[in-house]
Every structure is written in C-alpha cells, then in structure tokens.
Design a protein around this ligand. Structure first.
Ligand SMILES: *[C@@H]1O[C@H](CO)[C@@H](O)[C@H](O)[C@H]1NC(C)=O
Ligand SMILES: *[C@@H]1O[C@H](CO)[C@@H](O)[C@H](O)[C@H]1NC(C)=O
Ligand SMILES: *[C@@H]1O[C@H](CO)[C@@H](O)[C@H](O)[C@H]1NC(C)=O
Ligand SMILES: *[C@@H]1O[C@H](CO)[C@@H](O)[C@H](O)[C@H]1NC(C)=O
Ligand SMILES: *[C@@H]1O[C@H](CO)[C@@H](O)[C@H](O)[C@H]1NC(C)=O
Ligand SMILES: *[C@@H]1O[C@H](CO)[C@@H](O)[C@H](O)[C@H]1NC(C)=O
Ligand SMILES: *[C@@H]1O[C@H](CO)[C@@H](O)[C@H](O)[C@H]1NC(C)=O
Ligand SMILES: *[C@@H]1O[C@H](CO)[C@@H](O)[C@H](O)[C@H]1NC(C)=O
Ligand SMILES: *[C@@H]1O[C@H](CO)[C@@H](O)[C@H](O)[C@H]1NC(C)=O
Ligand SMILES: *[C@@H]1O[C@H](CO)[C@@H](O)[C@H](O)[C@H]1NC(C)=O
Length: 792
C-alpha cells in the first residue's frame, strides 16, 4: 500500500489532469529550458542565441565545455561569443572570452590572467537560462548576464561594491583573452584604441572536428562606466603600455596566454556593459556587426525580447493540446524543438571563402547525425530555412567541389560514413522544397556517387572503384585514388547504398536516364549479408539469430567482425581511437539500416515474425545504443513488419526514461539538435524515413497536435481519441484521415502541406490496424516487383 501522502498527491494529480485545458497551450516558449542536456554528455549550447544565430554568448567552464557551459559543477573561465551545440568532437570555438574581476589593491598585476588561475565557480542556484538570455553569478558575487543579436553579443556585468583595506573602492576590470575553449589559437592580435577604448582583435584557430584553420574577428565596446586604465597582458603580467600585442606559436608550438584588459571606475549601480561584434570576415566587419546593437546601455531588455519574439515565431507552427500530460513532458518536447534551431548557423554575409548571392550556412555538425530527423524536422517547422540550408550545401559543392558531410567554422569536417548530404537533398526533393536548383543538385549528387576525391576523409566517398566493380566496400580495400581511414567497410557499404538510392530518387524525378544505375547500386548492402553468421555474447550464450553483415575482402572471402563489437555491450568505436568495420555502432545496429528496402531486409531475416523478435532482442538486450543517431529508425521499424503497435511501445520505452526534462535528460550528444528532433517527432506521432516521402504513424504523446504550414498556411491535425495521459492507451485501434477510414500505417508529406486531419482511436492492446501488406510503407523491392510485373 502506498504511504498516505503519496495517495493524496496521486489524487491531486488526477484532478489536475482532469482540469487541464482541452485547448492548445499558449506561449510555449515558457516550456523551453536551455539547460536540458547541459550535463551527462548532452553538450548543448545553453546560452543566448537567435534561431541559427552566429553570436552565441555563454559562460565557458573548464569541465564538460564542448558547448561552452555545463551544469557539471566545473568552474567558469570566461564568457565567449561563438559556440556550437551538442557536438561530440573537441570543444568548438569560444573565441576571445571576457572575464570580469576585481584586482586586489586595484593593482592590475594582482589580477588573475591565465585560465587556470582565474577559473571560479558560480553559485549553483544563480543560473538563469532562457531563450535569448543567460545569466549566472560567480562565487565572488559578480553577476554576468547576456543576450544576443545575430552577429553581436551583449553582456552586462554587475560588480558588487568592494573596498580595499584602507577603504578605497575597488575598480572593475574586464580581461579579454586571445584564446578559444580548446586553446587551438595559432596567432592572434589585439589592439585597444586610446581614445574610445574600443578593443579589436583577430586570431587563427583550428576547427574542432575538421581540417585546416579559420580566422575569427571581434570588436568590443564598453559602456556604463568610465575607463580608468587599459592595456595588455602576457602570462600573469600586465601593463598599460603598449596598447596592442601580436602572439604566435613558436618553439614546440608553445602556447602563450595573452590578451588585453580594461579597468573602469565603478559606476553607482556596478554595471559595466560590453557589446561584442563577431565576424569571420574582418575586424571592421565585426565592428559593423556590433552596430546591430545600436544603444548597448539601453538595449539589453529590448534585445532580449526581440530574441524571445524570434523564438516564439519559430515555434509557432506547432500547437499541442496536452490532455493532462505533465509539464515535464511539455518541457522535453519544446526544448527538443528549440535545440533543432541553434545550428546550422546562418553565416550569410560572413563567408570569406567565396562570394555568392546564395545563403551560406555553417555548423552542419554533422550531417551523419542530422539527416535522419533534424533536417526533416526543419522541413516542416521552417521550410524556408531548410531550403536555404540545402541551397548552401549546393553552393558549397559549386565552390569547393563537394557537398559537405560535416562542416564547422568554415572548415571541412571529417566524414563519418557515407555522403549523407545526398539524403538531405533527396528529402528536400520528395517534399517539394522550393527555390532549389535541382539540375545543379543532381550534378552534386552524381559527383558523390561517381568521382572519388583525393581526401575522402572530409568529402565524397572512398573506394568507388570497388563500389562500381565489386558492388561493396571491401575489407582492406586496394584504393590508390584517395585517402581516408581504411575502415568502416560495412557501415560505408550500407550508407553508400542508401546514398545511391537518394541519387536515384532525384534522378528519376528529374527524368535522368542514369537513375537506374543508382537504383541498382542501392542493392549493394545485400553483398555483405552473410547468411550463416551467428552472434555469440561475451559469456558464450548464442543470441540465437543467424545472418548478419560481415566484412568481405577484395577477393570475395569473408572477413570477421563480432556482431556485438562496437555496441554498448562492448567498446565504443570511434574514427580515431579504434577504427572498425562499423562506425560508432555495431553490426547488430547497422543490420537494420536498409531504409529504402525494409521489405527485402525482412525477407533476408526470415520474415516478419523473425524480424520482430530480432528487433525486440536488439532493443532489450542492451545492444541498441539509444545515445547515438543510427538507432533512431530502429525504434519505428516494426511498422515495416506490420506491427506499428510495437513501434509505439518502443518509443514509450525510451521516452521519458532516456529523454526527459532534467539537466541530464539527453542520453548522448544532442548533435546540433539531432536528439531533440528525434524526441519532437516521436512526441508528435510521426517519424520520418528521411529521403523518402514517408512518415510512420504512432500516437502523439499529447491529446492532439496541430501544425500550420508556414508557406501554405494549411493546418494539419493529429488527434488521439481515448487519449490517456498515463500512456496505457498507446495502440491505434482505427484511424480516420479527413473523416474517412485510413488503414495505412504511414502517410506522406502532403499531410503537412495540405493540412489534413488524422484521427487515431486508441486502446490498450495491439489491434489489426496497419498490419496488412497493403498498409505497409513502400519498399524499393516492392515497387521494382510491380514494375517487373507490368513488363511481364
Ligand atoms: C553545485 O553543483 C555541483 C554540480 O551539481 C555540485 O558538485 C556542487 O557541490 C554544488 N555546489 C553547491 C555549493 O551546492
Ligand atoms: C589605499 O590603498 C591603495 C592600494 O592599496 C592605494 O593606491 C591608495 O593610495 C590608498 N589610499 C589611501 C587614502 O591611503
Ligand atoms: C573551482 O573554483 C573554486 C573557487 O571558486 C576552487 O576552490 C576549486 O578548486 C576550483 N575547482 C577546480 C576543479 O578547478
Ligand atoms: C598566423 O597563423 C596562420 C596559421 O598558422 C598562418 O597561415 C599565418 O601566416 C599566420 N599569420 C601571421 C601574421 O603570422
Ligand atoms: C589582426 O589585427 C592586427 C592588429 O589589430 C592587424 O594588424 C592585422 O592586420 C589583423 N589581421 C587580419 C588578418 O585582419
Ligand atoms: C549471458 O548473458 C545474457 C545477457 O546478459 C544472459 O541473459 C544469460 O543468462 C547469460 N548466460 C550465462 C550462461 O551466464
Ligand atoms: C582472400 O584474401 C584474404 C586477405 O588477404 C586472405 O586471407 C584469403 O585467404 C584470400 N582468399 C582466397 C580464397 O584467396
Ligand atoms: C533522464 O534521462 C537521462 C538520460 O538518458 C537518464 O540518465 C535519466 O535516468 C532520466 N531520468 C529520469 C527521471 O527518467
Ligand atoms: C499565408 O499567410 C501569410 C500571412 O497571413 C500571407 O502573407 C500569405 O500570403 C499566406 N499564404 C498563402 C499561400 O495563403
Ligand atoms: C510535390 O509536387 C508534385 C507535383 O506538383 C505533387 O504531385 C506532389 O504531391 C507534391 N508532393 C508533396 C509532398 O507535396
């Protein structure tokens, strides 16, 4: 029996549930909590940003600082202006941090300069993170607040009154450091204007998961206090003269810590305002970007509210009627959506690499993560932005010769598997995104499929000679055309096969004759399927399943990789630490990666029942890695075996136990919002099979969800009948589309563009809805079979 107070609470909750509004929530921005995913490896950017903004101010810590800030209890080393969100490589950017402090006895040489010396903890309960706003109070009492424009950050540092021993007031000092979070700075300069105290600077830095280097620039102005002194510092010494310094890496790549400082007479209210414009073009450009904030001293609140309005507007296409679900569920949902629009970042006008009238987006970090759910999500939430991103990818092909697979801070990022921008383009094509030059897009796609680059570590695909001749990527390939880590032969084979399917989809639509070449290469995954391969657990137990992908040598002889290797039951396999034939995931997980021909895969695995028991085993044995993107589609693949109820059940097994509203509420790196979009799709009741006009239907986690297409203005609705907020009724008994019975377990994008209504009647048991052959989503071999039947 439950203790009395719990029962009372239970009753209260039920009452609240009954009373909760039967209408859509308003002002959904209040459910966004940027701190969700700020510890436990979520690596989200928790600071202030506009949607897709370049300027991203936040506190940087010395612990889990990939996204700048973390609630992991580590110390603040500064406040910097540019970041990525959710990424898993080294920390990105974080250039030119400011650090506010008092120097004992007002002697600048008593200030703490190097990062390790100045790091200080913040008061745990002082952190405030809201869309467009971030603030915390350092243990020394200095409060830091920040908000942002597109290319400029605005900070307000409030210094408590403090006195020296003889009663003299201490003067606030703000340090500027010529560094980034990961200390990748090569050379850098800073100069302080004697009259205006405007500080300008620049530096060369290294990307966090890519090749080459990039330059970043800033321009800082201070207001609210008069300047008493300024100068530069090196290591732990400073002086008022000179007013500029150039630092570089010398002997042994030695890293010298250096920067500038400005000391102020403490104003009455203690507040010193810093406006920092950032740019990738020049310091002058950074200064004009700073002008986005015209009146720094008075603009803080207005800027913050402009950011809130921008976010409200971005969230506005979606409305939910909660039907009694908890605010925690609402917070996970809206925050997941919010996270999808921090990156890619709109760097239009900030690209020093080529000039073009096309938009330029950066921080596709990485497409391997984002193509599955995030880009499809932006396609519904913000089709204009998604169209610009696709145009930017194509323009990058035009000027750099290749579609990117991963891209950050103007550099080419390391390719993880296939050329997955192909899937992003195919997805945009089947969903009729407008404004895209499809002829040029097709050239870019064919380029990926046909031409091997010298460096396929960061563009295109490797092993294309074998791909065309042998129809698989061989284990230890003989490849003298290009260079990349000679590994991942299995995962590259299955991804290249799907990439070729994407090429075929666009080619067929454009009426290109060669599309059949790519359609046939889309079958290449079959060549690595070893029918008699078993999988034995580490304790010797046979999993009982036979037939897995295996590596194959050039000569056609099978190699071997334990099917459970690289799964959560064994070791994580990264590109650099222990390259394997599967990337960041196991043979078990990649087995389920045939998104275009699930019907053929199910046949290979012995039919629907056998497939379902294998998928169940995968999810229940610890082999599934919910912390990484390849798992996403596997949650919903029951649909292809005619068991949509099991997809719904599987989604509920992960949400909220692995995706929830706590600071550690993401199971892995958010990867620019990839995890957030998985969550958002799952809760909305549709899951995309990216690159195809297919959404798999499962009941929303709310009573109903309405969606208004930002271009057609049509409103689509998914409504649950018999919804219960305790999630016992999660199985579709019957469905109606626009009032007529609907038995297919999937639907196309027209649902969103034309504003259809899907009504799902729920029950607590699996039904026969969506289970028949004609109810299943399309598979390539089905349509081939019907084409063959036509020609027979
Ligand atoms: C602040 O939070 C961190 C991380 O949760 C914890 O380690 C630390 O003890 C907390 N400090 C205080 C003073 O509560
Ligand atoms: C108080 O101390 C500061 C530094 O310790 C010194 O600069 C200042 O002259 C002193 N003021 C008085 C009134 O003694
Ligand atoms: C964090 O800063 C506090 C002072 O605020 C210091 O006592 C502590 O040692 C620092 N922790 C680390 C890990 O540097
Ligand atoms: C700064 O470093 C970059 C990268 O190492 C180099 O290309 C450039 O020439 C350097 N600039 C100066 C002025 O030393
Ligand atoms: C960097 O800044 C220094 C000093 O302000 C300036 O001399 C130099 O030209 C700048 N470098 C670039 C590449 O803009
Ligand atoms: C081996 O491990 C599996 C999975 O943990 C477990 O179900 C099974 O009972 C174990 N078998 C033996 C013989 O320990
Ligand atoms: C194929 O190549 C592998 C790796 O070099 C070798 O171990 C195997 O014996 C070869 N098989 C045949 C049939 O030659
Ligand atoms: C929230 O999600 C995290 C990350 O997956 C998980 O570790 C934690 O147990 C979950 N918390 C709850 C209360 O379910
Ligand atoms: C959608 O609504 C907007 C704002 O009311 C309007 O400007 C636009 O023309 C509408 N579009 C269509 C296709 O009706
Ligand atoms: C895309 O446009 C074509 C041609 O107008 C139309 O047949 C198709 O239904 C549209 N697809 C979607 C998803 O709206």
């Amino acid at each position: 029996m439950l203790p009395l107070h719990t029962r009372v609470l239970g009753i209260t909750l039920v009452l609240l549930g009954a009373l909760s509004p039967a209408t859509a929530t308003r002002d959904d921005l209040k459910y966004v909590n940027p701190l969700i995913g700020s510890t436990n490896g979520g690596n989200v950017f928790a600071g202030a940003s506009l949607p897709y903004g370049l300027a991203k101010p936040v506190a940087d810590v010395d612990g889990e600082n990939t996204g700048g800030f973390s609630t992991d209890g580590s110390n603040v080393t500064g406040f910097s202006h540019m970041h990525d969100s959710g990424t898993g490589g080294n920390p990105s950017m974080g250039q030119f941090p400011l650090f506010p402090q008092y120097c004992a006895d007002n002697d600048i040489n008593n200030c703490k300069f190097p990062k390790a010396a100045r790091a200080v903890h913040y008061k745990n309960d002082s952190v405030e993170a809201r869309p467009g706003y971030f603030a915390l109070t350092l243990e020394n009492g200095i409060r830091a607040e920040m908000t942002s424009a597109r290319r400029a950050a605005l900070y307000r540092f409030t210094f408590p009154e403090e006195k020296t021993e003889n009663g003299t007031a201490l003067d606030p000092t703000i340090l500027l450091d010529l560094t980034d979070i990961y200390d990748t700075r090569q050379n850098a300069s800073i100069s302080i204007n004697r009259e205006s105290s405007r500080v300008k600077g620049n530096g060369t830095f290294l990307p966090s998961f890519g090749a080459g280097s990039y330059k970043a620039y800033f321009c800082a102005d201070f207001s609210g206090a008069t300047v008493r002194d300024s100068g530069i510092w090196v290591n732990d010494r400073a002086g008022s003269e000179p007013k500029e310094i150039f630092v570089t890496r010398g002997f042994n790549n030695f890293y010298l810590q250096a920067g500038g400082f400005v000391t102020f007479n403490r104003p009455e209210n203690g507040a010193v305002t810093a406006r920092v414009g950032v740019s990738y073009i020049s310091s002058d450009q950074a200064c004009s970007n700073a002008e986005e904030i015209s009146d720094p001293l008075n603009d803080f609140d207005a800027l913050r509210s402009t950011a809130e309005t921008a976010w409200r507007d971005k969230l506005s296409p979606i409305k939910v009627t909660p039907g009694g679900v908890s605010d925690d569920i609402l917070r996970s949902f809206w925050t997941g959506i919010y996270h999808t629009m921090l990156s890619p970042q709109d760097l239009t006008g900030e690209n020093p690499l080529w000039s073009s009238d096309e938009p330029y987006f950066d921080s596709f970090y990485c497409i391997w993560d984002a193509f599955r759910a995030q880009h499809p999500f932006l396609t519904i939430l913000d089709p204009r932005a998604q169209s610009k991103m696709v145009r930017s990818l194509i323009d990058t092909y035009k000027h750099e010769g290749w579609l990117p697979d991963c891209r950050m801070s103007l550099c080419k990022g390391w390719t993880q598997g296939g050329s997955n921008a192909d899937v992003v383009l195919a997805d945009a094509y089947v969903k009729n995104l407008t404004g895209i030059d499809w002829e040029l897009a097709y050239k870019a796609l064919v380029n990926d499929a046909e031409n091997e680059p010298l460096e396929w570590s960061y563009e295109g695909r490797g092993g294309l000679q074998s791909w065309k001749r042998l129809h698989y990527i061989p284990y230890l390939d003989f490849d003298y055309l290009g260079f990349g880590t000679n590994s991942r032969s299995i995962s590259r084979t299955v991804e290249y096969a799907y990439n070729d399917h994407s090429v075929a989809v666009v080619g067929k639509g454009l009426g290109k004759k060669d599309y059949t070449t790519y359609l046939s290469r889309a079958n290449n995954w079959k060549n690595l399927f070893k029918r008699d391969q078993k999988s034995i657990l580490t304790n010797g137990t046979d999993t009982g399943f036979t037939g897995f992908f295996q590596p194959k040598y050039l000569n056609g002889t099978w190699g071997y990789q334990d099917p459970i290797a690289c799964s959560p039951l064994t070791d994580f396999c990264s590109l650099t630490s222990n390259p394997s034939e599967t990337f960041e995931s196991s043979v078990w997980e990649y087995l389920f990666y045939v998104p275009h021909d699930m019907a053929a895969l199910i046949k290979f695995l012995g039919g629907a029942d056998s497939f379902v028991s294998r998928l169940d085993y995968f999810h229940e044995s610890g082999l599934a890695d919910i912390s990484n993107e390849p798992v996403f589609l596997t949650v919903y693949e029951y649909h292809y075996a005619g068991r949509p109820a099991l997809s719904a059940r599987r989604a509920h097994s992960y949400i909220p136990s692995k995706f929830n509203s706590t600071n550690d509420g993401l199971p892995g790196n958010d990867d620019s919002g990839a995890m957030g979009s998985f969550l958002a799709w799952s809760m909305m009741g549709l899951f995309p099979n990216a690159g195809q006009n297919v959404y798999l239907i499962a009941p929303p986690f709310f009573q109903s969800v309405e969606y208004t297409h930002p271009e057609t203005n049509q409103t689509a609705t998914i409504r649950n009948v018999n919804f219960d907020s305790s999630y016992k009724n999660i199985y579709i008994q019957s469905a109606k589309l626009n009032g007529k019975p609907y038995n297919k377990n999937w639907i196309g994008h027209e649902f969103f563009t034309q504003g259809w209504t899907l009504e799902l009647t729920l029950g607590d048991k699996e039904s026969d809805w969506g289970t028949k052959k004609e109810d299943l989503p399309p598979s390539m071999s089905d349509s081939l079979a019907s084409v063959e039947a036509l020609h027979a």
